[in-house]
Each structure stands twice: as structure tokens, then as C-alpha cells.
Design a protein around this ligand. Structure first.
Ligand SMILES: [Mn+2]
Length: 387
């Protein structure tokens, strides 16, 4: 027999107490019994419906509930549902796509679409394909003939068409749903039938975790839970950046369903070349006020990823509030900037013609003279400090 869940147990107990009270009221006449019965029904209904709210079973806000309703309606009308993330898909993009795919595949005709060649989440994709035999991840070329006018596209982890994994697919489908945690860009044109964009959420995986609970999935598989947790861990840099109460609630829920943090840690592992390069950059750091500045002059396939990771790593230095790493890129010198949020690195990068976020930003300067670029960077930092 299925064990009584908390909700039903509570409702049952309340109903029994109400019935007993009604029986006791018998001696005071039928009026008293009637009043007691009405109160009892109300109380039972209240405990049934409000259980979720008060027991903390669901932390989704009103907007997300409304969005999920819209999503269900759209799903019912769709012939095929495509789920897609962004270009150079990361753990968050793939994890969120898979989480949603997993939640919907029982009921609907869903296809997970991702570029398997250009991805930063190779380890997660391999893990998913190995552990979930039913999963098939499609390239655009494999599905382009199956698109019709009733197709529905769900895009996760981005809302900008230019960086969607397959722009062609977005252009061909009229009904688009967007689920994203990035701040809305100024050039965003809303052509969606429904969207949920919440910049206070840590990651797309956090939002998807809340959605799959609203869709009625209380026990996701270990594979789905691990995929979702990997996205949260990536985007929060292991629960440091952009975390809110819901981040930890979702993580707790996923861990309860046997998400594997050790496996995720292994997914973050890098090749020995990248590691060496990263610490090579870190070891050459110079401090300017509370700002860490480092550089590398070598350009190869490891530079991009090692630079970004070195910039993250530099924030671990005592007292450092922001970090900058310079690296060559063709005719340009790139600067990756990071901070904990007290310093707005986007403003500093904007002075050098770049952009990004408060905590992660970058710019490109056409030059091959590191000294000159560093001078300009220091000037931009001083300007920022004396504004
Ligand atoms: Mn993300």
C-alpha cells in the first residue's frame, strides 16, 4: 500500500477531529451540529489546500505558478516540443534542458536539441547519454524536417536569439517559451507565448527544479537530480555567487533525490594543460590597491578557459575585491574581470569598451602591447574609484 503522504495524513486528522466535535455538539441541538459541520468542512478543505504553502513543500512564487499553468496549456496544444539552450552550452544549459525534458517526456512528444560538437558540457552530455538509454540529443540537421506549425520551442538559460544554440530553429518556430535567469537585455524583443525571466534566480536549473515540482514530480531520478544540481553548482560557483534561499532549497531537494556532488565535482575537472596554465597566470599576479591583475602572453586552445578560471581563482586572495586577467586573442588583447559584487566590474570594463555583468565582465582592446593595455586598465580602475 502506498504510504500516506503528509498532506493526506494532515487532512485526515483534521477531518476526524471535526467529526468528533460534531458528535459532541449533538447535545446542543441540530443548529450547533450544522455550524460545526460547516466549520469542519472549511477547516478540512483549508488544511488540504494550504498544506503546500505552510509545510514549505513548494517555494515557487505566484508568477512561476501562473507561468507553469500557461506552459501546460501550450504543451497540450503542441505537436512536438523542442527544448534548447545556448551556444557553447554549459552545465546549466544542458542540465536545465535535460531536467525539463525528463519532466515532460512521459506525457508529451519532447525532443532535446543541442549542439554536441560545440559544448562546454561534454562530461555532462556523456554522463546523460550513458546513464539514460532513452535519451537522444538532436542536432538541428536531424530535426529540421520534423518542424511544423504546431511545434513549440522552449529555450532555457538565455533569451537572446543571437546566442541560442540553433538560431535557425528559433526563427522557424512561431510559438516560443523562454525560461531564463539572466537580466533582460535592452535589445530583447518579446515574441514569446509565455516566458519566465527572473534575474534573482541563481541558474536556469534552479527555476527548472521549481517547475518540475509544480508539474508534480516529487522524485526525479538520480540522473536528473545530478544534472540539475550541476547547473546550480556551476552558476553559483559552488554556492557562493547569486544564491538565494531557493537555491539551497532546490539543492536540498535534489540531494534528497540522490544527486551526486562528487560526480559533479569531477565534471568540473580540467585537463592538466588548463590547470597548469591557470596557476601559471595566478602565480604572476600583481596587486593594484585591492585589485588583482594578471596576464598571459601565450595563445592556444587552453587560453580562453584558463583565463576565465584564473580570474575566478584570484578572488580567493585575501583582501582582493576584483580581479582582471589579460590574454592575447588574435589582433586584440582580451580582459576578463571578476568581482564579488561590491565592485561593479561591468562599469570598469565599459570604460574600455566592454560589457557584461556586475560580477563577471570582459572587454577587447585592439593592441598587442600589454604594458599599454595594463596602463589603460589601471586608469579605468582609478577613474572608477574616484568617480
Ligand atoms: Mn545559466
Amino acid at each position: 500500500m502506498k504510504r500516506l503522504t503528509g498532506k493526506y495524513a494532515l487532512t485526515f486528522i483534521v477531518a476526524v477531529i471535526c467529526l468528533l466535535l460534531c458528535a459532541c455538539m449533538w447535545q446542543f441541538g441540530t443548529k450547533a451540529v450544522l455550524i460545526c459541520a460547516i466549520a469542519g468542512v472549511c477547516l478540512t478543505a483549508y488544511s488540504y489546500f494550504s498544506f503546500k504553502v505552510f509545510s514549505g513543500f513548494s517555494f515557487a512564487d505566484y508568477k512561476l505558478r501562473r507561468f507553469t499553468k500557461k506552459l501546460k496549456k501550450q504543451l497540450k496544444e503542441a505537436s512536438t516540443v523542442y527544448i534548447m539552450g545556448h551556444v557553447f552550452s554549459d552545465l546549466d544549459s544542458i542540465g536545465a534542458s535535460y531536467g525539463l525534458y525528463y519532466a515532460l517526456r512521459q506525457k508529451y512528444n519532447v525532443k532535446m536539441v543541442a549542439n554536441k560538437q560545440n559544448t562546454l558540457a561534454r562530461t555532462l552530455i556523456d554522463f546523460l547519454r550513458f546513464s539514460d538509454q532513452d535519451l537522444k540529443i538532436y542536432d538541428y540537421s536531424e530535426i529540421k524536417d520534423t518542424v511544423d506549425k504546431n511545434s513549440l520551442l522552449i529555450v532555457v538559460d538565455t533569451h537572446r536569439p543571437v546566442i541560442m544554440d540553433y538560431r535557425e530553429l528559433y526563427d522557424r518556430i512561431d510559438r516560443v517559451i523562454i525560461i531564463d535567469h539572466h537580466r533582460q537585455s535592452q535589445d530583447f524583443v518579446d515574441q514569446t507565448v509565455a516566458r519566465y525571466m527572473k534575474s534573482s534566480a541563481s541558474s536556469a536549473c534552479e527555476i527548472i527544479t521549481l517547475i518540475i515540482r509544480l508539474l508534480g514530480i516529487d522524485k526525479p531520478t538520480t540522473v536528473a537530480a545530478t544534472a540539475l544540481l550541476s547547473g546550480i553548482m556551476l552558476d553559483t560557483k559552488n554556492f557562493v555567487m547569486n544564491t538565494g534561499p531557493n537555491t539551497f532549497r532546490c539543492a536540498a531537494f535534489l540531494r534528497q533525490n540522490r544527486a551526486d556532488p562528487v560526480l559533479i565535482k569531477k565534471m568540473f575537472s580540467e585537463s592538466v594543460e588548463v590547470c597548469k596554465r591557470k596557476y601559471d597566470i595566478v602565480s604572476q599576479v600583481e596587486l593594484f590597491e585591492n585589485f588583482a591583475i594578471a596576464k598571459t602572453s601565450i595563445e592556444d586552445q587552453f587560453t580562453r578557459i584558463a583565463t576565465a578560471q584564473a580570474a575566478d581563482e584570484l578572488l580567493a586572495i585575501n583582501g582582493v575585491v576584483a580581479s582582471f586577467v589579460m590574454c592575447p586573442s588574435g589582433e586584440d588583447i582580451n580582459i576578463s574581470a571578476r568581482s564579488f559584487g561590491d565592485v561593479d566590474v561591468q562599469k570598469i570594463m565599459a570604460r574600455l569598451g566592454g560589457g557584461g555583468h556586475k560580477t563577471a565582465s570582459a572587454c577587447q582592446i585592439t593592441s598587442n602591447d600589454f604594458q599599454l593595455v595594463e596602463k589603460r586598465l589601471r586608469a579605468a580602475i582609478s577613474e572608477y574609484l574616484n568617480r
